[in-house]
Design a protein around this ligand. Structure first.
Ligand code: SF4
Length: 324
């Protein structure tokens, strides 16, 4: 039975660009242009796509780091899409985030104890002894040691800093964590460790993740379901297994064909080289936004925006090749 923690309905985030045309009228950059999906409690939903496709804007919109243009975001059934800062406060604890660059997101003048206790103090009033007890447990949970407690961010490796960021996010017992490219800046060997740790934490706490990445192989490992984004829209959603074994959208097929297959017993996918560049979100093509690069584009693709449709249970795609 469906039990979503998070529901996103027709989310749009547009940025008007002042004076961008000859007569000073506004152009609109459509960073996110009508995105809908839901995430079950305790599920990991992966969001993938090339740089600039809008995936990080979706994540930041969900945790309300900025206002949205239109649409709805429901957390446990409550519409948080238009709440002001005061009304949002009770939801802020429940939604935490881990970003790509832990060095930028951790205050370099604070030690680990101060960094992790800061959100705890904002969202409650635990005693110093309670804070310390919780933080020592969190350090153990993220694979850091007791004697790391009073060290500063510059004294850690990139992987250890990301562990501190994760402990900080966990310190207020969130229901949902936005993981926005959390492993992209880490060495490959460390990436797998952080992914395994996130999985262990989820098994222990039941936390729900939105995992944003451009590396499809890591997303496959951690995600239960995956959404593929292109130019501000989701073009395909499916279970991790289904999406990788049976990609339907030509863009998903092209992305997957670029991943090396480590298992020699599995037949390699034919490499699909996409022609041209991703168009600017200021001047998106009519109809299907992928049509300028799609090897299967037809006349209808130029004229009609393809609707998202369910092709098999839980597997949705927006492409005229699958229109009935
Ligand atoms: Fe290609 Fe047309 Fe499908 Fe778009 S709708 S992905 S252009 S076939």
């Amino acid at each position: 039975m469906s039990n979503p923690l998070l529901e996103v309905k027709d989310l749009k985030k547009h940025y008007p660009i002042k004076g961008s045309s000859l007569f000073g009228s506004k152009h609109v950059l459509k960073a996110v242009d009508g995105v809908s999906f839901s995430i079950e409690k305790g599920e990991t939903f992966g969001l993938v796509g090339e740089s600039g496709c809008g995936k990080s804007t979706v994540g930041r919109s969900i945790i309300r780091l900025h206002d949205i243009t239109s649409g709805n975001i429901y957390l446990d059934g409550a519409d948080i899409s238009t709440l002001n800062e005061k009304s949002l406060k009770k939801y802020r604890r429940r939604m935490q985030a881990v970003f790509q660059d832990p060095y930028a997101s951790l205050n370099p003048t604070m030690n680990v104890f101060e960094l992790i206790s800061e959100p705890m103090k904002i969202h409650g009033n635990p005693s110093v002894a309670e804070q310390k007890e919780t933080i020592l447990h969190l350090l153990d949970q993220v694979g850091l040691k007791k004697d790391h407690l009073y060290r500063y961010p510059h004294e850690f490796s990139g992987g250890q800093r990301q562990r501190v960021s994760i402990a900080r996010a966990l310190s207020v017992k969130p229901d949902f964590i936005l993981c926005d490219e959390p492993i992209s800046a880490l060495d490959v060997s460390v990436q797998a460790q952080v992914i395994n740790m996130l999985e262990d934490i989820q098994a222990e706490t039941g936390v729900t993740y939105l995992f944003i990445a451009h590396d499809l192989s890591m997303v496959r490992h951690i995600s239960d379901r995956i959404g593929v984004m292109y130019l501000g829209n989701i073009v395909e959603i499916g279970s991790s297994e289904e999406l990788y074994s049976n990609p339907l959208h030509p863009y998903t097929q092209a992305l997957l064909s670029a991943i090396p297959e480590p298992d020699p017993t599995i037949e390699k996918r034919e490499r699909i080289i996409l022609q041209g560049e991703v168009p600017s979100p200021l001047h998106s093509p009519s109809g299907c936004k992928f049509r300028t690069r799609c090897p299967h584009a037809m006349t209808i693709c130029q004229e009609v925006v393809p609707e998202m449709m369910e092709v098999e249970t839980g597997h949705q795609v927006a492409c005229h090749l699958f229109s009935k």
